[in-house]
Design a protein around this ligand. Structure first.
Ligand SMILES: NC(=O)c1ccc[n+]([C@@H]2O[C@H](COP(=O)([O-])OP(=O)(O)OC[C@H]3O[C@@H](n4cnc5c(N)ncnc54)[C@H](O)[C@@H]3O)[C@@H](O)[C@H]2O)c1
Length: 243
């Protein structure tokens, strides 16, 4: 299978290139702005594009992939509404897998969080805490948002009106329905997420710790294999995993 890796010089990109080669995939383009890398994947014969670059790079690349009928895996996070609209439009023409977290564990955790929120109910206050390495450019992480949305769904509350991003100053008492999200940054942490359900008499914590970027890279390459040749549409990692 022939893949192009976008953001190939980055932390994720380097891992993707080496893991793809280990899996016997042919990396036909290593695209990055850094010296020594390809400036484009166009011109190469490509079965799937795996994009872990920068949000502003996504619309142009995915639109060209849609014109050429190439499957696309979006790993890049922090897309704004217009950038996301370009992804949605492309998925009418090509198979697109998009997930803010390609690890098996986090995709399982989504189900567990939703179930915990539903089972424990309003007597348990929900707080999400994430920690990432000091170089991460967006906050909170896409994974923290996804986990908070799963908790909101389980609790039966509207995410947009219940989400609180950090706290400072005279915040007043916590309300029953709020779901607060806190972002910590430091060192080399690959990605930690805790969803906390704090009750009067007990506290439940569901924790995921990514120990190596291979957790994401392996999932994204699996998604590329799954997507190539599939019908057009916007899929998630849960579709790939059959969860
Ligand atoms: N979905 C997931 O499972 C998952 C996991 C980890 C990281 N991420 C996301 O992947 C992205 C990359 O993360 P990272 O830690 O590797 O970042 P990074 O900064 O180490 O790497 C990004 C690379 O993209 C390159 N780049 C920037 N603009 C580009 C462009 N226009 N064309 C081609 N290359 C370009 C940069 O030069 C850099 O080498 C981020 O959005 C991050 O949040 C997603």
């Amino acid at each position: 299978m022939k893949v192009a890796i976008l953001g190939a010089a980055g932390r994720m990109g380097r891992m993707l290139v080496s893991l793809a080669e280990e899996r016997g995939m042919e990396v036909v383009a290593k695209v990055d702005l850094a010296d020594g890398y390809d400036r484009t994947w166009e011109g190469a014969e490509v079965d799937a594009i795996v994009d872990f670059s920068f949000h502003s790079a996504v619309p142009g690349n995915i639109s060209k992939a849609a014109e050429k009928g190439i499957a696309y895996v979006v790993g890049t996070t922090g897309l704004d509404a217009a950038e996301q609209a370009a992804v949605d439009a492309a998925s009418a023409k090509i198979p697109v897998v998009q997930s803010v977290n390609y690890s098996l564990g986090v995709n399982l955790l989504l189900d567990l969080v939703e179930k915990a929120a539903r089972t424990l109910g309003p007597g348990y206050d929900i707080e999400v805490v994430e920690m990432h390495h000091r170089h991460k450019k967006d906050a909170p992480s896409g994974t923290a948002l996804m986990l908070a949305k799963a908790a909101a769904k389980g609790r039966g509350v509207d995410f947009a009106s219940s989400a609180v991003f950090g706290r400072k100053g005279e915040t007043g008492e916590r309300t029953d329905d709020e779901i607060a999200i806190h972002a910590l940054r430091g060192g080399s942490v690959v990605g930690d997420h805790t969803v906390m359900f704090a009750g009067e008499v007990e506290r439940v914590e569901l924790v995921h710790r990514a120990q190596d970027r291979r957790a994401f890279a392996a999932g994204a390459l699996k998604a590329a294999e799954w997507a190539a040749g599939r019908a057009c549409g916007l899929y998630t990692m849960r579709d790939v995993l059959g969860l």
